[in-house]
Write a protein that binds this ligand. Structure first.
Ligand code: SF4
Ligand code: SF4
Length: 288
């Protein structure tokens, strides 16, 4: 059985990806999955070599055959998304509902596959990686996340790897819901700011709604000890384990600038040691 562990954050900028790739490096035998499909960045640090690139087709778009169209205007009237003007379809505005194709008396409209992005199966120095890219203006990020998870789990199963480590999207929207449904463990990376606390609470509520065991890492905890205490109190009240508190240190940024995970850049740094303890604790929690 493959266990999925997702590193998420209620908001951007908490250090989620930095922590996730550091844990991935320390974990060793994992598949890493970048489910932040709207703004993927794990590839920048892990520089994957791509095995396969697959088109992601999530919907259809209307295409009018000018040779058949009599410019009667019925489709323009029928399109509630106002995606047709002067018998021309705006592919960005088209939602792929198919109403125009249905009502066109000349059968001049065809619904064709719409390319929404790409799915990649890659190799990195820390193991197999699955990642994706959503094309500009495309929706369906939740479905693409589902594809990333499906492929990651398949690769893990095929290679007899027990854990998929997911870098999730920030926020609590559709891609996050697609990320956390059915996972074994959620690791929320938060920071001691008022917005950090608020967003951590929202995403922890989401995890608990989906009955996902929830843990927290407080990043840059020493920047505001009062807010850190508030996070710890919230976690205690809600039976959420705080896996670790990371102090503010520019070495985190320096490792990212060097395109390295922290344990590669500074293996003996105290934060690398702390993250080793965090991963050890995660491996203890997963089988529970
Ligand atoms: S309904 Fe068909 S024939 Fe009429 S304008 Fe649209 S595409 Fe052309
Ligand atoms: S498929 Fe739907 S949204 Fe797209 S142009 Fe036709 S009616 Fe409009």
């Amino acid at each position: 059985m493959v266990n999925e562990v997702a590193v998420i954050s209620g908001k951007g900028g908490t250090g989620k990806t930095t922590v996730c790739v550091a844990l991935g490096m320390l974990a060793g035998d994992i598949v890493i999955a970048d489910c932040d499909v709207d703004a993927p960045d794990v590839h920048i640090i892990l520089n994957p070599s791509i095995n396969t690139k697959t088109d992601f087709i999530a919907s259809k778009v209307a295409v009018i055959d000018e040779n058949l169209c009599t410019e009667c205007g019925l489709c323009e009237e029928a399109c509630r998304f106002h995606a047709i003007t002067n018998s021309k379809v705006d592919p960005i505005g088209c939602e792929g509902c198919g109403v125009c194709a249905h009502i066109c008396p000349e059968k001049a409209i065809e619904m064709v596959d719409r390319q929404s992005g790409y799915l990649y199966d890659s190799e990195t120095r820390i193991g197999p990686m699955v990642h994706a890219k959503l094309l500009p203006g495309e929706g369906n990020s939740g479905r693409l996340v589902t594809e990333v998870r499906k492929l990651s789990t398949k690769i893990a199963t095929d290679k007899n790897i027990s854990t998929v480590l997911i870098d999730g999207s920030p926020g609590i929207g559709c891609p996050v819901i697609a990320t956390v449904t059915g996972i074994k463990l959620g690791v929320i990376v938060t920071e001691p700011t008022l917005s950090g606390i608020h967003d951590m609470q929202r995403v922890s509520e989401l995890l608990q709604k989906f009955r996902v065991k929830t843990t927290v890492i407080i990043n840059k905890y020493d920047l505001n000890l009062e807010n850190t205490k508030a996070i710890e109190q919230f976690c205690e009240r809600n039976d959420i384990e705080v896996l670790g508190k990371i102090k503010f240190d520019s070495i985190m940024t320096k490792s990212m600038v060097a395109a390295q995970t922290l344990p590669e850049y500074a293996p003996d740094h105290e934060i690398s040691h702390l993250l080793r303890q965090v991963w050890k604790r995660i491996t203890e929690i997963i089988p529970e």
